[in-house]
Design a protein around this ligand. Structure first.
Ligand SMILES: *Cc1c(COP(=O)(O)O)cnc(C)c1O
Length: 484
């Protein structure tokens, strides 16, 4: 016994390292805080993009102790300063992310107390907070209070949960897969196709709807297609619409598609990962009308609510199919079985059991700041989009059609040079500069530069800087081509 105790204490002496003293904790915190402050204080003058390679050796593990100071330096050099600075307002490509500070504080607390956010029994407080966030979202999107929902790692998982519910509601099992039909658009996010593959629906028939000139689903043509498919004895069961497509931010005609789905008794899913929270701003109210008719809805708080990456959300109006897909039990879980009225066990609506306490990174900011700055920030992005397009026109650029939300595109109409090649080169020069970041896409076979304004740090001065960067790069390119 004595020997045993002695060995335990020897081990404790080493493992105690994992519980730093208060003095050490304060010192760690001070260093982290200093770094966070310098990161935020300098974010406007730091680059948004760097194509430099990461030194892998600097990040490899050797099992040895190192000082936090040294590690912060490595983090800053190799992680924060390479690739796209997603926290920067100059991030105007893909779909910009968030990273509000009060979310980081929430993550810190959630990690310290390490709430178990999978089951009510384990952390009734954490699960109640998650339910409160979901209830708030239901009220925003006109979903009933008894709808089910889940906070996920992002839009991809959230879409997968919704599609699984659609599958199980319509009982699409192996014998029915071959003749069943899903209606998408060519602008549907690729994570939908990925999810269909994961959940065993790879072999259903997929129909891509016709689009109008603003890349929105043409509802009449969708309706005709469904009628035709039904007449051929096929089994249409799901329509996916998008509220804010990735390419151009287009919002499909949600109300009309909802009516079609109801008429033909199809599951109606809306992917509003990017666009959903713009509903909070009254500016585009009419575009979102009909969102409440969806059977399932996905939003990404790590986009439109500006919280850090790792937070998506799904709402499913009819809770039965989603519980059928995801609710399981096991003997080792018997202590936790207790049902609480109108509280969802997160584990019953998700492939995850143990999971991050994501709700706190939404809840704390909403409580500290109130909703008003979030709404103002979304509206600011819409107005900045209009401003940016006008400024681009002033310096000779062409812009895509009036956007529904905050994604648009532009190109320089070069007369003496292949337009696609010209704009590709222009984007290379902008990337090389690195002060702001844009991505590109192809619209009607045309290479265009995409602008997506969603970072909470994108301000008027950011757009003015972007215009300056673009103009300088364009003049440089024109000069280099004319001397040749
Ligand atoms: C971002 C996005 C997704 C994917 O969500 P992740 O959070 O990246 O997994 C899906 N659909 C749309 C419309 C998106 O904008």
């Amino acid at each position: 016994m004595e020997k045993l105790k002695q060995r335990i204490l020897e081990l404790e002496n080493i493992s105690r390292e994992l519980e730093p003293s208060e003095i050490e904790r304060n010192e760690y915190f001070r260093q982290i805080q200093d770094y966070a402050n310098s990161f935020i204080n300098n974010i406007d003058v730091s680059k948004t993009f760097s194509g430099r390679k990461v030194k892998r050796d600097a990040l490899s593990l050797d099992g040895k102790k190192k000082s936090l100071r040294e590690l912060i330096k490595t983090y800053s050099d190799e992680v924060a300063r390479k690739g796209i600075n997603a926290a920067s307002g100059g991030h105007l490509g893909y779909i910009p992310g968030g990273g509000i500070y009060t979310s980081a504080l929430a993550d810190y607390i959630a990690a310290v107390t390490n709430e178990y956010a999978g089951l009510y029994y384990a952390s009734p407080g954490a699960v109640t907070i998650e339910n409160e966030i979901l209830n708030w979202m239901k009220s925003i999107f006109g979903f009933p209070e008894d709808a089910a929902g889940s906070l996920t790692s992002g839009g991809s998982t959230a879409n997968m949960i919704a599609l699984t519910a659609a599958r199980d509601h319509h009982r699409i099992k192996s014998d029915r897969i071959a003749g069943s039909i899903i209606y998408l658009s060519s602008q549907t996010h690729h994570c939908i196709n990925k999810a269909l593959k994961i959940i065993g629906l790879e072999d259903v028939i997929i129909r891509y709807s016709d689009l109008d000139k603003n890349s929105r689903i043409d509802a009449d043509s969708l309706n005709r297609q469904i009628i035709k498919d039904k007449a051929s004895g096929l089994n249409p069961f799901l329509i996916v619409a998008t509220a804010g497509t990735t390419d151009t931010g287009a919002v499909d005609p949600l109300m009309e598609i909802g009516k079609i789905a109801r008429r033909h008794k199809l599951w109606y899913h809306i992917d509003a990962a990017y666009g959903g929270f713009f509903i909070l701003s009254g500016l585009r109210k009419e575009l979102f009308s009909g969102i409440e008719t969806a059977d399932s809805l996905v939003t990404d708080p790590h986009k439109g609510l500006f919280v850090p990456y790792g937070t998506g959300a799904v709402l499913v109006k009819n809770r039965e199919p989603v519980l059928k897909s995801y609710k399981y039990s096991a003997s080792y879980m018997q202590d936790s079985i207790q049902s609480v009225v109108n509280i969802y066990e997160p584990a019953d609506v998700s492939p995850e059991l143990t999971r991050h306490f994501r709700a706190l990174r939404i809840w704390l900011p909403l409580q500290i700041h109130g909703i008003e700055p979030f709404i103002a920030c979304l509206e600011e992005k819409l107005v900045l989009t209009t401003y940016f397009r006008r400024r681009l026109t002033e310096i000779g650029f062409r812009t895509g059609p009036e956007p529904d939300l905050s994604i648009s595109y532009f190109w320089y109409p070069s007369e003496s040079f292949d337009e696609n090649a010209y704009n590709k080169k222009l984007l290379e020069l902008i990337h090389k500069d690195g002060r702001v970041f844009f991505s590109s896409t192809v619209i009607n076979r045309k290479f265009v530069i995409r602008m997506a304004i969603l970072s909470f740090r994108t301000r008027l001065r950011t757009i003015d800087k972007a215009v300056q960067v673009i103009n300088t790069a364009n003049n440089k390119l024109k000069r280099s081509l004319s001397v040749r």
